[in-house]
Structures are given as structure tokens and as C-alpha cells.
Design a binder for this molecule. Structure first.
Ligand SMILES: [Zn+2]
Length: 416
């Protein structure tokens, strides 16, 4: 190759490289978050301490002892001009299906992972659920459409459309996330309490690459649709597998091989190049190879579990919030419509003692905290029982009563 040609090729590659770092590199995310929060770097450092402790505890316990499955209420804000960019509900569901299938290991590529990485693949039992109740308590499809030319190009203050970030995972869908047609599909925000408090959390996603459908430029089954999984990975505190290059710290995940990263311009699943002396996990959702997206590793899953327990995220999947946003039936109305079980619980709110009068015994009484974690279990053998609630934390709890044939649930407030 002529020297001048080599320079042109190099410039082209560097151009791609620089460009490819723009939308969702760790540095780019920090810069975006810094605009409204100058302390974000130290806060994210504290987040690392929290994450590390959480994962160490997981390793000590040998298995995850917390919540086994999660639901996260989602709201989509779609910006369009007339019909342009106005994706329909079918396409909305198609994109969500990709996301849910990927996270749960139900994606097509799950069973065809390179043997070098098959043993470290992992998934989370999580469902991203379109909200059916809006912040005012009214019914919603979980999808909002806005004729907004600025937002259509992802310009102006798009966050003004946010729904309460503690209660809804907000996904903003301009047609182009960088103002004009480009390779860049999306970007995300990391877990950060300040961002959630100020409704500046969520992901931004180009509507033309969301799922498959009339207004998607993707072909049915094209792995590029799994960029949503990549972005939600960031939203759950994952970095790129190539973050930090061959350095020791790399992406803060132990089991992802260090890599210089495969580029956005590579295609297919035959890109498992060697870098940093090892084989690249090119089919990892957090790689930049958008044509072969198949897996998270166990280490990445552990990190995402920690993120779900972060104060910026933990309220989203609480039973109370799932009921409020319509992603789960209200805890107080479960299975008891045809119940013959008669239960009186008082006083509510409760201080030190809670009295249960129950028409049928024996029964098992279980208290759950806001995170759905069982915190107290009692056996009820007589029709009247007094429970000492002084050991329960202040705040809302849910109880469930199980007899041989009935299940009945309710909610109490502990005040002490
Ligand atoms: Zn990214």
C-alpha cells in the first residue's frame, strides 16, 4: 500500500475510533452527568465502593440471598414530527422483547456462544414492564408521544418530559440521538442518586433502531437491536469490556477477558480477535460489535445486581412501586377475592405490637420489607396472636398469610 493510502486508512480508522468513543464511553457518560452535577465523579467512586462490598458479600454467601427476580416499570417517551419517528406499539413491544429475552438468556444466540465463553455466560431473571398506571394514577400504555421537533433531533431539554425517576425507568426516543443520521444508536446514564432525584436518569435511544417494524431500519432478527441491552447494561453500571484496555482495572469485572475491543465496523460473530494476549469476548453485550450480541458474564450479572440495590434504582422494583405503576397487582388484593379466610390486623400503623385475628389456623405469617425480602416468619396456631414488631424496620411492610388452602396478603406501616 502506498504511504499516502496508509495515512488515509489510518485517518479513517482513527476517525471511527474517536467517533466510536463518543456516545457511551465511560468518559462520555461522566461528561454528560457532570453538566448538571459537578460531584458526579466522587459519587460514582462511592458507588464503586458500594458495588465492591455488595459483590464481596455475594461471594461470601456463595449464592445470591436477596430478591431472585425483578420487574422494572418502564416509560417510553417517543418524539416525532407527524408520522416521522412515530413508531407503533408493535415496534415498541418488539424492542422490549429483545431487551427482556437478552437479559433472561432467551435470545437466539444464547445457545451458540463460543465455547471459550459459554461457561461464564449468565442472565438475570428480570422483566422490563411497560407501566400501565401513570404518575397521576391514570391508565397509560407506558408510551408517550410528543410532536417536538427539537426533541426529535435530541435537542433542547428532553428531560423535562421525565416521569418520576424513582418510579419509572425513563427511555427517551428521539429519531436520532446525535441530531442527525449516524451510527450512534443510544447512550445511557449510570446509577447516581443525584441524577434520579433530579429526573436526569435513563437512556436515550434512536427510535429507528428500536426493535423491528415498519419504522425500524433493522431487519428482523438483526443483532443490532440488542444495543438496547448494551445501554441498559450501562444503566445497571456496566462498562464496556474494552474499557481500560489491557489494564488491570479494565471494566471492573473479573471474568470478562481484557481486550482492546472490537470496533463498531466489524460484523458477524467471527471477530473474536486476540488482544491483550487473550481471546476477545466479542459476543458480549458490552462489546462494540453490534452484529453479534449474545451474552453477559456472571461477573457482569453480579455488578448489575448491585446496581439494582443501589439507592438510585432500588425503589423501582419494590412491590409497592410495581403496584403503583401497574406492573404487578396491588399487594393488598392478591388471591383473596374468593377467600374464606377472615383476617383482622390492628393497629395499622403499628408501633411495637401487631394483633392478628384469623379465622383459620394453623397458618404461616411472613413479613416482607419494601425490597420483597422476607424479614420475619411466624407460625400462627391460635385464632388470636400478637406479633412483636419492634425488630422490624420503620416503614412499609407487606405480610402474607398462608394456610393449607388460602393465601392472603396485606400492607402495614411500622412506626417506631
Ligand atoms: Zn456503550
Amino acid at each position: 500500500m502506498k504511504k499516502s493510502n496508509i495515512i488515509v486508512v489510518l485517518l479513517f480508522l482513527i476517525g471511527h475510533f474517536v467517533q466510536a468513543q463518543v456516545p457511551c464511553s465511560y468518559e462520555a457518560i461522566i461528561e454528560r452527568m457532570k453538566v448538571h452535577n459537578p460531584n458526579v465523579e466522587s459519587e460514582l467512586f462511592e458507588n464503586e465502593v458500594f458495588t465492591k462490598q455488595f459483590i464481596e458479600q455475594l461471594k461470601t454467601d456463595g449464592q445470591f440471598k436477596g430478591q431472585a427476580d425483578f420487574k422494572v416499570p418502564v416509560v417510553l417517551h417517543i418524539f416525532h414530527i407527524g408520522e416521522d419517528g412515530k413508531i407503533d406499539m408493535e415496534q415498541v413491544h418488539s424492542g422490549l422483547k429483545v431487551l427482556n429475552d437478552d437479559f433472561n438468556g432467551r435470545n437466539e444466540g444464547w445457545n451458540t456462544i463460543d465455547l471459550a465463553f459459554d461457561s461464564i455466560k449468565s442472565s438475570i431473571d428480570i422483566e422490563f414492564c411497560l407501566a400501565t398506571v401513570d404518575p397521576d394514577g391514570n391508565p397509560t400504555t407506558g408510551v408517550n408521544y410528543y410532536e417536538d421537533e427539537d426533541a426529535f433531533y435530541n435537542e433542547g431539554n428532553v428531560f423535562r418530559y421525565a416521569w418520576d425517576n424513582f418510579k419509572y425507568f425513563n427511555i427517551y426516543m428521539p429519531k436520532y440521538v446525535f441530531g442527525e443520521p449516524s451510527n450512534f444508536t443510544a447512550y445511557a446514564y449510570l446509577p447516581n442518586l443525584n441524577g434520579t432525584e433530579n429526573n436526569r436518569d435513563g437512556i436515550f435511544y434512536s427510535s429507528i433502531r428500536w426493535g423491528y417494524g415498519e419504522k425500524s431500519e433493522l431487519d428482523e432478527g438483526q443483532d443490532w437491536a440488542s444495543v438496547v441491552t448494551h445501554e441498559v447494561g450501562h444503566w445497571l453500571n456496566l462498562q464496556h469490556t474494552f474499557s481500560g484496555g489491557c489494564g488491570v482495572q479494565n471494566d471492573f469485572v473479573d471474568d470478562t477477558p481484557p481486550t482492546l475491543g472490537s470496533g463498531i465496523e466489524l460484523s458477524g460473530c467471527n471477530n473474536n480477535d486476540f488482544s491483550c494476549g487473550v481471546k476477545t469476548n466479542g459476543s458480549n453485550f458490552m462489546d462494540y460489535n453490534h452484529d453479534c450480541k449474545k451474552m453477559f458474564t456472571q461477573g457482569q450479572v453480579d455488578r448489575m445486581l448491585a446496581a439494582l440495590y443501589h439507592p438510585a434504582r432500588i425503589q423501582l422494583w419494590s412491590p409497592e412501586n410495581l403496584a403503583e405503576t401497574g406492573c404487578a397487582p396491588p399487594p393488598t388484593k392478591t388471591d383473596d377475592l374468593s377467600s374464606n379466610l377472615d383476617v383482622k390486623v390492628f393497629p395499622n400503623p403499628s408501633n411495637q405490637q401487631l394483633h392478628f385475628e384469623i379465622s383459620e389456623t394453623p397458618a404461616r405469617l411472613t413479613f416482607f420489607d419494601m425490597n420483597g425480602k422476607a424479614v420475619l416468619v411466624e407460625k400462627l396456631t391460635t385464632n388470636r396472636t400478637t406479633i412483636n414488631t419492634s425488630l422490624l424496620k420503620r416503614g412499609i411492610h407487606f405480610y402474607q398469610i398462608n394456610t393449607d388452602s388460602e393465601v392472603l396478603s396485606g400492607k402495614i406501616l411500622i412506626q417506631h
